[in-house]
Ligand binder design. Structure first.
Ligand code: UD1
Ligand code: CA
Length: 478
C-alpha cells in the first residue's frame, strides 16, 4: 500500500500567513499527527502533496524517505491527488489517501480499515496483494462517521447493500441530502488503477468550481466498481480542522487523550481540564500534577515528583521526588532528585539544580550549576554562577553578572555562607567555607574559610527623635 497525504491547501479560513497543516496542536504541527497515524499501516511509500508555501511544509515534515508531489494551483482535492500521479501511475494496489487536516485520526483506525478492506476482498476470494485486479469491483473504502452536526462535511449517499452511490459536498447538497449525518472523513482506500482512470473524468462543475476527489466514487460506481463505507465509530477522530476554533477544539480532545494516557500509566492529574501537556512530555509513575500546570516541549518528570498549582515547565527534566511549589517557571533546565523549588521561583537557561537543594520564593536562577544541599530560599538572583554543595545563599543576594557589555561568572565553593543582601560583583570567586557579611558589596575574590565584610561604620545618634520633635514644634510656634 502507498499513502498520499493532501497538504497543499492554504487554509483560507485560518486567516494566517502560515499554511494550515503547520499550525500546531500541543506543540506539534497538524501534519505531524497525520504522518504518525499513517505509519501504522506501514506503507511502502508516503507521498505528500504540497503547494502553498511548499518549502515550509516540506521542511517541517522533515522526512527523507517521503516523496513530495507539487500541486501548483490548489484546484481541489481531486486535482491534488492527480498531481501525485507520477509516484503511483504504475502501482497495482490500494492507496490510502488522507487529508492533512484530520490530526485526530488514530493509526489503529487506519489499520482496522485496511483489515476490513482485506476481509471484503477475501470474501470474494481475492487477496489485497493480488497482482491481477482487472475484474474486481471493489474500488475501495471511504472512512466515515456519524455526526450530530454534519455541517460542512461531504455527505455519504448510500444505495443498496451498503454501497456508496456518491458523496455530496455541503455546498452542493440538496435540503434532503443535508439531513444525512454520515459524513466523509476525507480518508479513503482506493484501488490505484481505477483511481487513475476516474481522475481523468473529473470535472469542476460544482458550486466551488473545484475538482473534487469525492466525485471519483460516483464515476466508478457508474462503471460497476463500488466503494463501501467504514464507520470509524468515534466521530472525534475524523474532525477536520479548517479554522482556528476547530484547531482549539481538536487540541483539547488530543490533550485530554494524552492526560488520560499518563493517568492510566500512574500519574495523578488534578482537575485535568486546567492542565496543559505537550506531545513530547513524559510523566513517570506516582507523579502528581495540580491544577493550572503547563508542561511544555520535551519535559520529563520522574517518579514521585509533585508539581503544584500554576507552574510552567518547558523543555526541562525534573528528577525523582522533586517538589515544585505553586507559580514556578522552569525553562531548559534540570532539577535533580529531592530538590524543592518555589513557590514563585524562576529557573532558566541551562540551569542545573542539584539534589536536595531548596530554591525558594522570588529566586531567579539563570545559566547556573548548583551543587547538592545548597539553599537559596528568598529573593535572590543567581546568574552565570557555579555554586558548590552545602552553600547557603542569604535572602536578597545578587550575582552582579553583567557590566553592561559582558556577562561574568560567579564561583561559590562548597560550604560557603553568603550573608543576606550580598552583592557579588562578577567575575568573582568565594572560597570554600568562606563567609560574607550581610549587606556587603564583594568585589574581590575571597579565600577559603575567610570572612568578607564591606560596610560603612555604623553611627548611632542618641536622642535623635526627641531633637527632631523639638525642632518641629519650634518651627510651628513661630
Ligand atoms: C473535504 C472533502 C469532504 C470531507 C472533508 C473532511 C472534498 C471535495 N471534500 O472537504 O467531503 O467531508 O474533507 O474533512 O474532498 N487540499 C489540497 N489541494 C487542494 C485542496 C485541498 O492539497 O487543491 C488539501 C488541503 O490541504 C486539506 C485537504 O486537502 O488538507 C482537504 O481540503 P479541504 O479544502 O479542507 O476540504 P474540505 O472542504 O474540508
Ligand atoms: Ca478540511
Amino acid at each position: 500500500m502507498k499513502a498520499i497525504i493532501l497538504s497543499a491547501g492554504k487554509g483560507t479560513r485560518f486567516k494566517s500567513e502560515k499554511p494550515k497543516v503547520l499550525h500546531k496542536l500541543l506543540g506539534k504541527p497538524m501534519i505531524f499527527y497525520v504522518k504518525e497515524a499513517v505509519k501504522w499501516i506501514k506503507p511502502e511509500e508516503v507521498i505528500f502533496v504540497v503547494g502553498h508555501k511548499k518549502e515550509d511544509v516540506i521542511k517541517e515534515i522533515n522526512c527523507k524517505s517521503c516523496k513530495f508531489a507539487v500541486q501548483e494551483k490548489q484546484l481541489g482535492t481531486g486535482d491534488a491527488v492527480k498531481s501525485s500521479l507520477e509516484y503511483w501511475k504504475d502501482f497495482d494496489g490500494y492507496l490510502l489517501i488522507i487529508n492533512g487536516d484530520t490530526p485526530l485520526i488514530k493509526g489503529q483506525t487506519l489499520k482496522d480499515a485496511v483489515n476490513y478492506l482485506n476481509a471484503l476482498i477475501n470474501y470474494e476470494g481475492r487477496q489485497i496483494n493480488d497482482k491481477n485486479y482487472q475484474n474486481k469491483n471493489i474500488a475501495g473504502l471511504v472512512l466515515t462517521a456519524k455526526l450530530d452536526n454534519p455541517y460542512g462535511y461531504g455527505r455519504i449517499i448510500k444505495g443498496k447493500a451498503g454501497v456508496i452511490d456518491k458523496i455530496v459536498e455541503e455546498k452542493d447538497a440538496s435540503p434532503l441530502e443535508k439531513q444525512i449525518n454520515e459524513v466523509n472523513s476525507g480518508i479513503y482506500l482506493i484501488y490505484a488503477p481505477f483511481l487513475k482512470e476516474a481522475l481523468n473524468k473529473l470535472t469542476s462543475n460544482n458550486k466551488q468550481n473545484e475538482y473534487y476527489l469525492t466525485d471519483v466514487i460516483e464515476i466508478l460506481k457508474n462503471e460497476g466498481k463500488y466503494f463501501y463505507s467504514f464507520d470509524v465509530g468515534d466521530f472525534t477522530q475524523i474532525l477536520g480542522v479548517n479554522d482556528r476554533w476547530e484547531l482549539s477544539k481538536a487540541e483539547k480532545i488530543l490533550k485530554t487523550q494524552f492526560l488520560y494516557f499518563w493517568a492510566v500509566n500512574g500519574a495523578t492529574i488534578h482537575n485535568p481540564d486546567t492542565v496543559w501537556i505537550d506531545f513530547d512530555v513524559s510523566l513517570d509513575k506516582d507523579v502528581e500534577i495540580y491544577q493550572g500546570v503547563s508542561l511544555r516541549g520535551e519535559t520529563e518528570v520522574l517518579e514521585g515528583s509533585v508539581i503544584y498549582e500554576n507552574c510552567v515547565i518547558i523543555n526541562s527534566k525534573i528528577g525523582k521526588n522533586v517538589k515544585i511549589y505553586p507559580n514556578t517557571v522552569i525553562e531548559n533546565s534540570v532539577i535533580q532528585d529531592n530538590a524543592e523549588i518555589g513557590p514563585f521561583a524562576r529557573i532558566r537557561n541551562n540551569t542545573v539544580i542539584g539534589e536536595n537543594c531548596s530554591i525558594g520564593n522570588f529566586v531567579e536562577v539563570k545559566n547556573s550549576q548548583i551543587g547538592s544541599r545548597t539553599n537559596a530560599k528568598h529573593l535572590t538572583y543567581l546568574g552565570d554562577a557555579e555554586i558548590g554543595k552545602n552553600v547557603n545563599i542569604g535572602a536578597g543576594t545578587i550575582t552582579c553578572n553583567y557590566d553592561g557589555v559582558n556577562k561574568h561568572k560567579t564561583i561559590i565553593k562548597d560550604g560557603a555562607f553568603i550573608g543576606s543582601d550580598t552583592m557579588l560583583v562578577a567575575p568573582i570567586t568565594i572560597g570554600e567555607n568562606a563567609y560574607t557579611g550581610s549587606g556587603s558589596v564583594i568585589t574581590k575574590d575571597i579565600p577559603d574559610n575567610a570572612l568578607a565584610v564591606e560596610r560603612a561604620k555604623l553611627k548611632i545618634l542618641e536622642n535623635y527623635a526627641n531633637r527632631k520633635k523639638e525642632k518641629k514644634e519650634k518651627n510651628e510656634s513661630c
